[in-house]
Design a protein around this ligand. Structure first.
Ligand code: GDP
Ligand code: GDP
Length: 439
């Protein structure tokens, strides 16, 4: 599981600027998908071999009053509680404030590993302004400038000191012949995740459950369908209670993100009675950002009439247009309808995500596509597409080589994507196409 770094601090100290710095590398990938609204509070980052999830907790008010503020404070506390390490951001230009003291007290009581970041420290000589922050009782202050990117690497390094070393092999989650497909069921509260999982488990005659007691450990449940092994990754803090599982915790974005990250395939569950909400779109965004294969299931299909069904299909088309590549199912977990075909789609998505695409076949498909329709000339440049090879899997990456490829339009890339998807039956996986121009 990827470690979680939570950014806390009062408003305006530079948390979101720091967040952007810490998650920058991934932004470029996600920018490619039209229609994707990002939740800017959660993001992925990487430094060296370390991958991590960053949470920007927004303005931090340990004991905020009422209404929306209270709810925000609750979410902040949950995020901090679930984090492996907290980065407490202060503004060295503004000096220590009373609110900084409140936050420091809160963090000290919590006893979480904590790194103190003195932001806006660009152009500052020596430790005069930093010294007063020692009175917060959280140890050394690390001067950084989020706006200028100074000291951020060192800060992240310091934060990562508190998390276990990642495995030597970064592709631990890489597929293995005959191995289990790791599946995460993701969706906002009340869409029916527990009901679905219990419906599945109810069919099992014998499953060896082995549920470790600690909350930090991922809980996985082994399943088998049609000779294929699956491992169900817990997203909801499921605990066994008698013969059924129940969610013992409130919905946790952090758990959802970690489960998505460690899965091969994510089943995104929607609620037919609620339509596609912002939270659904955000979860879909996380899945896409993670590059995981995905299957979409609309649950509670039993509870909507034909008019509502039509409305829903339309809202999925517009709001989740970036998941066009995924197969879609309409199910009722409660009535156990439509569940069997899910397994075929999950397996199909996994196979697509891990497909091997030989260079000669990729190149043939590329050249046939060009023959069918050549890329448009741009000014005096006509892109020349020469050959293609596979640059990675899970998600699959196709690297196209040639000349003047920076002039290939997005529309043309989508045309190529369609061709590749058709040839290799890439249903259920994102596909990235990269252009490499020869000098
Ligand atoms: P947040 O409310 O804690 O998320 O703070 P923001 O990231 O929105 O930043 C608040 C203000 O501080 C913005 O005007 C930023 O441009 C500015 N800011 C952020 N980081 C730095 C920095 O390293 N140096 C300086 N001088 N200003 C910064
Ligand atoms: P979770 O929070 O995503 O785990 O959702 P639950 O499994 O706890 O389900 C939330 C509510 O939706 C419960 O009251 C379920 O009985 C109900 N529910 C779940 N699946 C279905 C379904 O297929 N049809 C209908 N009508 N209700 C369902």
């Amino acid at each position: 599981m990827k470690p979680i770094i939570a950014l806390v601090g009062r408003p305006n100290v530079g948390k979101s600027t720091l967040f952007n710095r810490m998650t920058r590398s991934r932004d470029a990938i996600v920018a490619d998908f039209a229609g994707l609204t990002r939740d800017r509070h959660y993001g992925n980052g990487r430094q060296g071999r370390h991958e991590y999830i960053v949470i920007d907790t927004g303005g931090f008010e340990p004991d905020a009053g009422s209404g929306i503020f209270r709810e925000m404070a609750r979410q902040t506390r949950q995020a901090v509680a679930e984090a492996d390490v907290v980065v407490f951001v202060v503004d060295v230009r503004a000096g220590v404030s009373a609110q900084d003291h409140d936050i420091a007290n809160y963090l000290r009581r919590l006893g979480k590993p904590c790194v103190l970041a003195g932001n806006k420290a660009e152009g500052m000589q020596g430790g005069v302004q930093l010294a007063e922050f020692y009175e917060l009782g959280l140890g050394e202050v690390f001067p950084v400038s989020a706006a200028h990117g100074q000291g951020v690497r060192g800060l992240v390094e310091q934060a990562l000191e508190f998390v276990p070393e990642p495995p030597e092999d970064p592709h631990e989650a890489e597929p293995q012949e005959g191995g289990a497909i790791r599946l995460a069921v993701a969706g906002r509260p009340n869409v029916g995740k527990s009901t679905l999982i219990n419906a599945w488990l109810g069919e099992e005659r014998l499953v060896a459950f082995d549920l470790p007691g600690t909350t930090r450990d991922a809980i996985t449940v082994p399943l088998e369908r049609g000779g294929q092994k699956f491992e169900l990754i817990d997203t909801a803090g499921l605990r066994r209670k008698g013969r059924v599982f129940e969610a013992i915790e409130k919905f946790s974005v952090v758990k959802t993100l970690q489960a998505i990250e460690s899965a091969h395939v994510v089943l995104l569950l929607l609620d037919a009675t609620q339509g596609v909400t912002d939270q659904d779109a955000h979860i879909a965004g996380y899945i896409l950002e993670s590059g995981r294969a995905v299957v979409v299931a609309v649950n509670k299909w039993d509870a909507v009439d034909s008019y509502e069904r039509q409305q829903l299909e339309r809202s999925i088309e517009t709001r989740l247009s970036f998941l066009k590549f995924a197969s879609m199912h309409f199910i009722s977990a409660q009535k156990r309808q439509g569940l069997a075909p899910l397994w075929a789609s999950i397996t199909q998505a996994y196979k697509a995500a891990t497909r091997k695409m030989p260079t000669p076949v990729l190149t043939r498909v590329l050249l046939e596509a060009v023959q069918f329709q050549a890329p448009k000339r741009s000014g005096s440049f006509r892109p020349k597409l020469r050959y293609a090879h596979q640059g990675g899997m899970n998600p699959p990456i196709i690297v196209v080589h040639g000349n003047s490829l920076e002039h290939v339009t997005d529309a043309y890339k989508r045309f190529l994507e369609g061709r590749f998807r058709k040839e290799f039956d890439l249903v259920g996986t994102p596909l990235r196409i990269e252009m490499k121009t020869q000098a």
